[in-house]
Design a protein around this ligand. Structure first.
Ligand code: 3H9
Length: 696
C-alpha cells in the first residue's frame, strides 16, 4: 500500500526496502509538492521499523528533470532542494537513486546526495543550469567533483552537455546500469545494497583532489568562447570551492546561485526556454493532423536540397522534382554533401547515408511523379508567376487531401492558393537556410488554410526537430518583415556615417553571432537585390532609400560566393575598399556630411527598429504573441539567446522609453521612425509585451 506524502510523492515498504515513488507529470520537475513529499517520505522511512534501505524512483518518464523552472524568480518555499538533498545524504539508512529518462540539474543533485546511484538505459543526465542562466544550486558543484573530479565536473557544469548512462558510469557519476521498469530496478538495487553487492557511501564524506590547472583552463576557455555569459564563470567559482569542507562549499554555491538567479540573463534564458515550447500552443492544436508518409519537393536549389535533406534525416522518403537532368545532378550533389556533413557531425553513419540516398530519395524531371506524395513543398525561384504556375500544375497532379506548401520567404500565400481548387490544403512552410540545420520553421497560415493543414505543419516540424512558429500572411511574414525593417535602419546609418564593419562589430558585441552585413554576404547579396527590385514599383517615393546595396550588386559583388561583398574573402574577411568608395560617392551625391555613431547608437537604433516593426507585426495579427516573435528572432535570426528575444528585451527598456527614442529619431526621418499603435497602447496602459503572452 502506498502512503502519499504529497500530491506527487508516495512511499511503500516492501520487506526491508522503503520505496519512494515520485509522480509529478509530465517530467517530475522538483516543484514544491515534490520536494515536500520527498522530504517527508525520506524522513518517515528512515525511522520506519525494519527498513534497512530506501530506493527512490520516478513514475513518469523521468527520475526528476530538474528544479521547477516556473518557480524561479518567485519567493522560495521550504523545503528548498538543497535541504532535501542534505536530508537524503544524512539519512540513517542508505538511499539508492534509480535514475531514468531526463535526470537533469536538480534531479542529478538529488541522486548525488544518495548513497548509491543506478541508471536505466534511457538515462540522460547532466547540469543544464548554465543554459538557463544559473548554476547547479543544490550541491551539484560540490558533490559531483567528489565523485568525478574537478575537470569532468567543470566540463559538465559550464557547458550543460547532456550525457547518457554509459558515459555517466565511466565517469564514475553513477554506479551501474540496470534494466527493467523503474520500480523493479529500485527493488533490485535495494536488494543489492542489502546483499553488499552495491556499495554505498555518502558523497559529501569524500574529498576532492585539488586541480588548479583544470580551474584555470576552464576559466580561460570560457573567457574566449562565451565572454558575455554570466553563469558559466560562476559555475567555475562554485566548483573551485569543492576542494574545501562541504558546508562551506555549499554556502559558496548557494550565494553564487542566488546571484545568477537575480541576473537579467537568467530571466532571458528561461524566457527562451519557454518560447521554444509555447509556440506550439496554437489555436489549431486540437485539429487532427494529416498523416505524412512521403513528401515531394519541387526545386533542387539550396533551399530545396536543404529541405529534402531535413526530410530524409527525419526518415521521410522524398521525391524531388527539377526541370532537367543537370539540375537533378546538382540537387543530388548538394543533398549528398549535406548528408556527408550530417555523418561528420555524428547524426548518422556512412551506411545510413548511402541507404537514404539509394532508397529514400527519388529524383525526377516529371512533376507527375509527385502524385502519391502526402505533402509537396515548393522551393523554386522566388517569383510569384513561376510559383503560381507550379501550384496550378501541382493541384492537378497531387492526390486529393495532399497538402501543397510553399517555401517562399516573402510572397503572398493567398495568391498561390487562389490558383488551386484546394485552398484549404495550402500553406507556407518557410524554412531557413541551411534548411537541414536551422531550427526555425515559419508555418504561414493563409486565409482558407484548414486547421488540420496548419496542425500538420506543426507535426511535421516536430518530426524534423524544428521549432514551428505560426505566422500570418504579409510581405516577409514575421521574420523577414522585421529583418527588412531593421536592415533599412542599418543601411541608413551607413549612409549617414557608420561603416558596415562598425555596425557588424556593434551588433556582434551585443551578442549576435554575426553582424547584418556579414550575414548578407553569407546569404548572397543578390537575394535582397531581387527582392528590392520586386518591391520597387510599390515603394513609397517619400521613403528614404539607400542605393549602396544595389550599387554593390551592380558591381557583381554578391558576397562570399563571388569572393567580394561588404567584405573581401581572399583570406580572412577584410572590409571591401570598393564598398567604402561606393559609400563615399553615395554620401557625396546625397549631400550627406558623415557623422559619428557610437556602438551604443548603432545597437539602440537597430534594436528599436526591430522592436517597432515587431510591434506592428503583432498589431496586424501576423504573430500570435510577443513570445512567438522572440522565438522567430532567436531560432532563425541569431538574436542572442541570453537577451531573450526582441520583445523580452523591449520590456527591459519599457514602452515609454522606446516611444521617446522613436520620436527622437523621427526628427531626422519621420517616414521611417513611426511609433506603432501597440507601443502607444502599452505605454498608456502600463503593460508590457510579456503581459500580452497570456497564459503562454
Ligand atoms: C535546476 O534544476 C536548478 C537546480 O540546480 C537548483 C535548484 C535549487 N520545470 O521539453 P518538453 C515542462 S534547473 C518546469 O516539451 P521533451 C515543459 O515546459 C532545471 N517545467 O518535453 C513542457 O511543458 P508544456 C534543470 C518543465 O520530452 C513539458 O514539461 N533542468 C521542466 O521534449 C514537457 O517538456 C532542465 O533544464 C522543468 N524543469 O523534453 C531540464 N522541464 O507541456 C529542462 C520540462 O506545458 N527540460 N518542463 O509545454 C528539458 O530539457 C526537457 O523539457 C526534457 C523533456 C528533456 C525534460
Amino acid at each position: 500500500m502506498i502512503t502519499a506524502t504529497s500530491d506527487s510523492v508516495g512511499y511503500e515498504i516492501v520487506d526491508q526496502t522503503g520505496l519512494i515513488v515520485l509522480d509529478n507529470p509530465p517530467v517530475n520537475a522538483a516543484s514544491h509538492h515534490l520536494r515536500h513529499g520527498l522530504m517527508q517520505a525520506a524522513q518517515a522511512l528512515s525511522v520506519a521499523e525494519g527498513v534497512a534501505v530506501i530506493a527512490v524512483y520516478g513514475a513518469t518518464r523521468a527520475f526528476i528533470a530538474g528544479a521547477d523552472i516556473r518557480e524561479f524568480g518567485q519567493t522560495p518555499i521550504d523545503p528548498t532542494l538543497p535541504a532535501v538533498c542534505l536530508a537524503i545524504e544524512g539519512s540513517r539508512v542508505p538511499v539508492v537513486a534509480v535514475m531514468h529518462g531526463p535526470t537533469l540539474g536538480g534531479g542529478l543533485e538529488v541522486a548525488l546526495s544518495a548513497q548509491a546511484r543506478v541508471a536505466l538505459p534511457d538515462l540522460v543526465t547532466g547540469f543544464p543550469e548554465v543554459t538557463l542562466g544559473i548554476i547547479p544550486g543544490a550541491g551539484g558543484t560540490q558533490r559531483a567533483p567528489r565523485l568525478i573530479g574537478l575537470a569532468a565536473t567543470l566540463e559538465l557544469a559550464t557547458t550543460g552537455r547532456r550525457i547518457e548512462a554509459c558515459e555517466a558510469v565511466s565517469l564514475g557519476l553513477i554506479d551501474r546500469v540496470m534494466d527493467g521498469p523503474p520500480r523493479d530496478a529500485a527493488l533490485a538495487a535495494a536488494a543489492e545494497v542489502l546483499a553488499g553487492t552495491l556499495a554505498t557511501r555518502r558523497t559529501g564524506d569524500l574529498t576532492v583532489p585539488p586541480d588548479p590547472e583544470a580551474l584555470t583552463a576552464a576559466a580561460d576557455r570560457l573567457a574566449k568562447s562565451q565572454p558575455r555569459l554570466f553563469a558559466p564563470p560562476r559555475a567555475v567559482e562554485a566548483v573551485a570551492a569543492s576542494t574545501g569542507p562541504l558546508d562551506k562549499g555549499l554556502a559558496r554555491e548557494r550565494a553564487l546561485f542566488n546571484t545568477c538567479l537575480k541576473s537579467p540573463q537568467r530571466a532571458a534564458l528561461i524566457h527562451a526556454f519557454f518560447a521554444e515550447r509555447v509556440v506550439a500552443k496554437i489555436p489549431e492544436r486540437d485539429a487532427t493532423p494529416r498523416e505524412i508518409a512521403s513528401v515531394g519537393v519541387v526545386g533542387g536549389g539550396t533551399m530545396g536540397s536543404g529541405i529534402a535533406t531535413a526530410l530524409l534525416l527525419a526518415g521521410l522518403p522524398v521525391t524531388l522534382a527539377e526541370q532537367n537532368d543537370a539540375a537533378l545532378d546538382r540537387a543530388f550533389a548538394a543533398i549528398s554533401k549535406n548528408l556527408d556533413g550530417a555523418v561528420a557531425r555524428g547524426k548518422l553513419n556512412a551506411a545510413g547515408r548511402d541507404t537514404l540516398l539509394a532508397e529514400d530519395l527519388v529524383l525526377t524531371a516529371d512533376l507527375a511523379d509527385l502524385a502519391a506524395a502526402d505533402l509537396v513543398i515548393e522551393a523554386v525561384f522566388e517569383d510569384l508567376d513561376v510559383k503560381r504556375d507550379i501550384f496550378r500544375r501541382l493541384d492537378a497532379i497531387a492526390k486529393p487531401g495532399a497538402i501543397l506548401a510553399s517555401n517562399t520567404s516573402y510572397l503572398d500565400i493567398n495568391k498561390l492558393a487562389a490558383v488551386t481548387n484546394r485552398t484549404q490544403d495550402v500553406l507556407g512552410l518557410h524554412f531557413f537556410s541551411p534548411a537541414h540545420i536551422m531550427r526555425l520553421l515559419e508555418v504561414v497560415v493563409a486565409k482558407d488554410t484548414a486547421p488540420e493543414t496548419t496542425a500538420t505543419g506543426f507535426t511535421l516540424a516536430k518530426r524534423l526537430r524544428k521549432i514551428a512558429v505560426r505566422a500570418g500572411v504579409c510581405d516577409g511574414f514575421i521574420g523577414n518583415r522585421i529583418l527588412s525593417h531593421y536592415r533599412t535602419a542599418t543601411d541608413h546609418m551607413v549612409l549617414d556615417g557608420a561603416s558596415p564593419q562598425q555596425v557588424d562589430r556593434a551588433l556582434e558585441a551585443f551578442g549576435f553571432a554575426m553582424g547584418p552585413f556579414a550575414v548578407a554576404d553569407l546569404a548572397g547579396l543578390d537575394i535582397g537585390w531581387a527582392n528590392r527590385k520586386r518591391l520597387a514599383a510599390t515603394r513609397d517615393p517619400a521613403a528614404r532609400y539607400s542605393p549602396i546595396a544595389d550599387r554593390i550588386c551592380e558591381a557583381g559583388w554578391f558576397g562570399r560566393k563571388t569572393g567580394q561583398g561588404y567584405y573581401t574573402y581572399d583570406g580572412a574577411p577584410e572590409p571591401n575598399p570598393g564598398v567604402a568608395r561606393i559609400i563615399d560617392e553615395e554620401r557625396a551625391k546625397a549631400g550627406i556630411a558623415p557623422r559619428r555613431f557610437t556602438d551604443a547608437d548603432i545597437t539602440d537604433r537597430t534594436l528599436t527598429a526591430m522592436i517597432a516593426e515587431a510591434a506592428r507585426v503583432l498589431g496586424d495579427g501576423i504573430a500570435l504573441r510577443p513570445i512567438d516573435v522572440d522565438a522567430v528572432l532567436l531560432f532563425g535570426y541569431g538574436f542572442p539567446r541570453f537577451r531573450g528575444g526582441p520583445m523580452h528585451f523591449a520590456d527591459g527598456i519599457g514602452a515609454a522609453a522606446l516611444i521617446d527614442r522613436i520620436e527622437g529619431y523621427a526628427a531626422e526621418d519621420p517616414q521611417f521612425w513611426q511609433v506603432p499603435p501597440l507601443l502607444r497602447h502599452l505605454a498608456a496602459t502600463g503593460q508590457t509585451f510579456a503581459d500580452l503572452n497570456g497564459e503562454a
